[in-house]
Design a protein around this ligand. Sequence first.
Ligand code: AMP
Length: 211
Amino acid sequence: MNVILLGPPGAGKGTQAETIMGTYHIPQISTGDIIRAAIKNQTPKGMEFKNYSEAGSLVPDALVDGLVEDRLAEPDCANGFLLDGFPRTVVQAQWLDQMLKARGRAMDHVVLIEVDDAIIVERIVGRGVDPITGKIYHLKFDPPPTDDIKNRLVFRKDDTTEVLTLRLREYHQKTAPLIPYYERAGLLRRIDGQGSIDEVKQRVLGALGRS
Ligand code: AMP
């Protein structure tokens, strides 16, 4: 099964991706994670990504498309994949359609997780990832169970109120046009992303045909 997770920053895409991966045994491909790893490892591409990403802007389409193409060619994607954070523009979506078509593949579902902007700000500021387990926590809404975990949490540089404002603007201007794009293709499944993680999880599985 080939799935795209669509939604604003902080909609819970990363969290819900874990459920989909576990249920359908498909890998999560997060362009944000790939970009952050390249920046951390100071690769030549990482140096290019850094200025865009840390300022809350989208990286140019041509730079991201190549990353996705390489990743989808890996053997673990043979039976399906979950794209998280890609596509982010209509140009990326058109590129993806063509690239998949050339390989005899196509998307099955696009899950849109909808959350109001006001709630996003609350959710994003204060979230951190445990570098050992990869689990995402939130200091207020999903606090780490031990002080050890709390002390080692890593916070994203772009998860500040200022940068988030820019990321939301990018989302509404450049990514939201994907909603009618995938609606027309008959692939869009809308999910209310507000409520507990478990409630949203049930909605996501329901939309994909399992609950
Ligand atoms: P994310 O972790 O998905 O919120 O992505 C973090 C940052 O990486 C974004 O703010 C962009 O700068 C960059 N990025 C991730 N995915 C894409 C994409 N598909 N197109 C352009 N930039 C992206």
